[in-house]
Design a protein around this ligand. Structure first.
Ligand code: NAD
Length: 496
């Protein structure tokens, strides 16, 4: 039996026993907050401290929203210390359960790499918490004024298949640090692992903070549950992380939406860059979790004069070059083509069966065998190739020769589709950097490093798995999920 089914059966048994008043929690219910959820082991007794039998996991969207609202009201009563405790619980549990939950997520979604699934959970500790909510105080001849960050209430969050539990965990930290409760409609193909984490998080929150259902989730999410959540009166704010369809759907709800939308990050390499460093960074970023990251390097434009050197360095660092025939075979496997608008050119559509698969699987599709440990494939293409135009989310990068930095910037702009998400340059020429930054105007712009440097991993900054691109909030943090409220006291209040 798979770990997921085993856990679901254990949870059903635990729930029945709970309802019969026998006080047996499901996985991890008696463990301390920082301990693994114990999902590989048998159920443990709860010690009778957990009152809820749902632990945040709901069939019905309206019930999930109402329960989250009740959780929000409880959190409000308990103050900032309770929020800080919840943040501490989530960070500790994400780290302690990273191995088990990473494995379970990979088993359910079948996309990405186990080592990176685990790492993405271990680094939840880098997501900022309540310490980010500094009030702004002013005083003057007319009195004192305090601007403070205050919660919205219930936030609805939509999570992607590419990083289900990491996005969920990071969103919980940000959203609860700001004093809200959260209801999730996860991706249907990554919903079991998300529900498993929500159940474990709630058990710990209930036990240690005494609030039920601060985080709720729809067990079997659908478009209807999305609509029901978005139209529920308790839901004041949406946070969607995903591709173009969900961004469009969120913006049509009439609720305020923070949208972490799609990307197709271009990389430009000029002749002032260190080719060795650029090659290593491109491999590190594009191979990460088999290129599932929205910030991941998706296509490379390189000055003709240094293109050969860059590709040699990529080979030296373990990437495998495909020849034209192999590229052709891979392209036919990786894309289907649908009729263009008004009978225009056929448009490529990514074959979902290859998304997030290992480089060795892609190589097989290209007609060659490569060692299993191969992280990335690459090949030379032109700038109109489907692998350049589409957000392929596969460990393959197209390399395009350009004659000038201007041509590279222009091609990067076209490839980025004006998502304003992420772009990367390898250069030691500040004017080239500035020209690209101005032209692409992306939310993340990384110089001389892999994409993850943009999220505080090897670069300065902090982590979030939701980078709000079309709506402009940037790398989300607790302040993103708070209202700003001004309290004013007039006259005679200063003591000097
Ligand atoms: P997806 O768009 O297929 O799904 C994302 C979420 O939206 C899922 O929960 C899905 O069920 C939901 N959804 C999709 N269409 C919907 C609709 N019409 N109405 C309501 N809900 C809908 O994306 P995915 O494959 O899970 O994730 C990959 C995509 O997400 C990529 O485009 C990637 O760039 C993007 N992404 C962006 C960020 C960011 O921070 N900007 C982070 C991760 C992923």
């Amino acid at each position: 039996m798979s770990p997921i089914n085993e856990i679901l059966i254990r949870d059903v048994v635990a729930e029945v026993l709970n309802r019969l008043g026998q006080g047996t929690g499901s996985n991890g219910s008696a463990a301390p907050s920082a301990a693994p959820c114990d999902c590989e082991n048998k159920a443990k007794p709860s010690g009778g401290s957990i009152r809820s039998s749902r632990h945040g996991v709901f069939e019905d969207a309206n019930e999930a929203c109402a329960a989250a609202h009740a959780g929000f009201l409880e959190l409000k009563k308990k103050g900032v210390a309770a929020r800080a405790k919840v943040v501490e619980i989530i960070k500790a549990m994400a780290e302690a359960n990273a191995e088990a939950w990473g494995r379970i997520e990979l088993e359910e979604t079948k996309i990405g790499r186990l080592d990176h699934k685990i790492e993405k959970l271990k680094i939840i500790k880098l997501v900022p918490g309540v310490e980010w909510l500094h009030p702004d105080g002013r005083s003057g001849d007319h009195g004192i004024t305090l601007e403070e960050y205050t919660p919205f209430g219930v936030v609805a969050a939509i999570t992607p298949s590419t990083h289900s539990v990491p996005t969920l965990s990071g969103n919980i930290v940000n959203i609860i640090a700001a004093g809200n409760a959260v209801v999730f409609n996860p991706h249907p193909s990554a919903a079991k692992c998300a529900a498993l984490a929500v159940r474990a998080y709630n058990q710990a929150i209930e036990r240690e903070v005494g609030i039920e259902n601060l985080v709720t989730i729809i067990e079997r999410p659908t478009l209807d549950s999305f609509k029901a959540i978005c139209s529920h009166e308790a839901v004041r704010l949406l946070c969607v992380t995903g591709g173009p369809a969900v961004v469009k759907a969120a913006m049509q709800t009439g609720k305020r939406a923070i949208c972490a939308g799609p990307g197709n990050p271009p990389v430009l390499v000029d002749d002032t860059a260190c080719m060795k460093r650029a090659a290593k960074a491109i491999i590190q970023g594009a191979a990460y979790d088999n290129n599932l990251l929205c910030i991941g390097e998706k296509e490379v434009f390189v000055l003709d004069s240094v293109a050969d050197e860059l590709m040699v360095e990529m080979e030296k660092n373990g990437a495998v070059r495909l020849n034209a025939a192999q590229l052709d075979r891979l392209t036919k496997e990786a894309f289907t083509f649908k009729e263009g608008h008004g009978g225009g050119c056929p448009e490529p559509v990514v074959n979902k069966a290859l998304i997030g698969k290992d480089a060795a699987v892609l190589a097989k599709a290209a007609g060659i065998n490569v060692p299993d440990k191969t992280e990335l494939l690459f090949a030379e293409t032109d700038k109109t190739h489907p692998f350049v135009k589409e957000e392929q989310m596969m460990p393959f990068v197209p390399i395009v020769r350009v004659k000038s930095v201007e041509e590279g910037i222009e091609a990067s702009l076209v490839a980025e589709h004006n998502y304003k998400h992420t772009s990367i340059i390898h250069s030691h020429d500040v004017e080239h950097m500035t020209a690209m930054a101005r032209a692409l105007d992306t939310t993340l712009f990384i110089k001389n490093g892999p994409c993850m440097a943009g999220l505080g991993l090897g670069g300065e900054g902090y982590l979030s798995y939701s980078i709000a691109t079309p709506t402009g909030e940037g790398v989300t943090n607790p302040r993103t999920f708070a209202r700003v409220r001004r309290c004013v006291m007039v006259d005679n209040l200063r003591i000097y």
